[in-house]
Design a binder for this molecule. Structure first.
Ligand SMILES: Cc1cc2nc3c(=O)[nH]c(=O)nc-3n(C[C@H](O)[C@H](O)[C@H](O)COP(=O)(O)OP(=O)(O)OC[C@H]3O[C@@H](n4cnc5c(N)ncnc54)[C@H](O)[C@@H]3O)c2cc1C
Length: 406
């Protein structure tokens, strides 16, 4: 049986960030990951890394935020169209480096994970691959953790970063509640020679029978996100043949081999009943604790804030109290992120004729009254919140080209 002060379960972006944050506080840490070291994680997934996250990661280990910025791209144009007509466009001046980090960077989640994993190695974090955690037994002095191979670990605390289906959360007896919206989205990665430095949201795309379409660039390609209609079926509209058939109507002719990933997701707003177990020794972070829709870039970014808060609490001199505060504060942040995502969802799937008519009217008036175009531009993503401390701040037109599904 190995002895270690803190175990992090899961080597996704949030688990790796938690390990870095613990090492930044001189806490010894071991990461247990179910998959193998040579795993291939599919798809671009979380692209948008917020300035707050970049600063936070840089504080965990110098150079991490800067490496993400060097690898990512900063698109500086956002455009919104409504049935083929532009209703909003804004070009931001190139980032001059006045602030210590740009407003965001856009790169594939796998690139982010690779940079975090390198940083973990430099910080002395041991990652044990092929180590699927199957049970946990917390008691008054620590937690015993068992993996599928039968290995047993003892830790003072466990941080569960094992994602949406979190075994640790279930074994800790913590429920996950909320809602899953009707309908689904198809997301497609297109590899690209040169980056398109604009993010485009197209309401009621004429080539897609009025479905909404979003395109977001990242280093090496771009994501296309199609919001499907109520009667669409995933195996029809998201099959490789179907995607090859509808994609040219949205982005123009595309060679088949440039389509590198097709996936389907649903808008889920689920939050754990508590971010800490009854003993105060098992903490939940990232998607083990909350699930948000991708629109608004809240998933991974808020997970980084969870990671930092969990590490601060575990390293605190007044640990029990700090862990209780972590759980309260991060759950409040999750509730606020979820509410913002819910508002965005209502906008994207208006339930009644009045809401639909309001969007149509705004689109008609946008050329004359720019704030209607700005409203159509912002609303799909919900209010931008500060991921780090969980406080809400209103999205600001002048601040940065963020506030999107990035
Ligand atoms: C299409 C799409 C776009 C997105 N865009 C954004 C975006 O722009 N910005 C954003 O912030 N978020 C975005 N997200 C969400 C983001 O991808 C997730 O929030 C993020 O992956 C969650 O990270 P995590 O580390 O909590 O969990 P995961 O990435 O799921 O990692 C969990 C890890 O735990 C491991 N594991 C699981 N069970 C066990 C076990 N029993 N024992 C040991 N290890 C285990 C898994 O193998 C995995 O490595 C997007 C998601 C999708 C699908």
């Amino acid at each position: 049986m190995g002895e270690t002060p803190v175990l992090v379960v899961g080597a996704g972006p949030v688990g790796l960030a938690t390990a870095l944050a613990l090492r930044a506080r001189d806490v010894p840490v071991v990461v247990l990951e179910a998959e193998s070291h040579d795993r291939i994680r599919p798809g671009s997934r979380a692209l948008y890394v917020h300035r707050d996250s970049l600063k936070l990661l840089e504080s965990m280990r110098g150079g991490v935020g800067k490496r993400l910025v060097a690898r990512g791209i900063l698109w500086n144009v956002r455009r919104t169209l409504f049935r083929g007509r532009e209703v909003y466009a804004r070009t931001y001046p190139p980032y001059q480096g006045k602030e210590d980090m740009p407003p965001f960077t856009s790169l594939r989640q796998t690139d982010t994970e690779r940079i975090l994993l390198d940083a973990c190695a430099q910080s002395g974090v041991a990652v044990h691959w092929d180590s699927e955690v199957t049970s946990i037994a917390p008691d008054a002095t620590g937690v015993t953790v068992t993996t599928a191979s039968g290995a047993s670990w003892r830790a003072s605390h466990v941080v569960a970063a094992d994602g949406a289906r979190s075994t640790v959360r279930k074994k800790a007896g913590i429920g996950l509640h909320g809602s899953t919206a009707d309908g689904f989205h198809v997301v497609v990665d297109i590899s690209d020679e040169g980056p398109r430095l604009e993010r485009v949201f197209h309401y009621r795309h004429p080539a897609m029978n009025g479905r909404h379409v979003l395109t977001v660039p990242y280093t090496g390609g771009f994501q296309v996100d199609l919001q499907c209609a109520a009667d669409d079926k995933p195996d029809e509209i998201a099959s490789p043949e179907a995607v090859r058939a509808w994609l040219p109507g949205v982005i123009g002719a595309v060679q088949e081999d440039r389509i590198t990933w097709i996936s389907v997701y649903r808008f889920r707003q689920l939050i754990a009943d508590s971010f800490v177990d009854a003993t105060g020794r098992v903490l939940l972070v990232g998607e083990a604790a909350h699930l948000f829709p991708p629109f608004g870039a809240r998933g991974m970014n808020s997970g980084f804030a969870d990671a930092d808060a969990a590490a601060t609490a575990v390293a605190s001199a007044n640990r029990d109290r700090a862990i209780a505060e972590f759980a309260t504060r991060r759950r409040a942040a999750a509730l606020s992120n979820s509410a913002a995502a819910g508002a965005a969802l209502k906008h994207m799937r208006p339930s009644g004729g009045v809401a639909r008519a309001r969007q149509l009217t705004a689109a008609r008036l946008a050329p004359l009254v720019p704030r209607f175009g700005a409203w159509l531009e912002r609303a799909p993503y919900g209010q931008v919140s500060t991921m780090v401390n969980g406080y809400q701040r209103a999205s600001s037109e002048s601040r940065s080209p963020c506030g999107c599904r990035h």
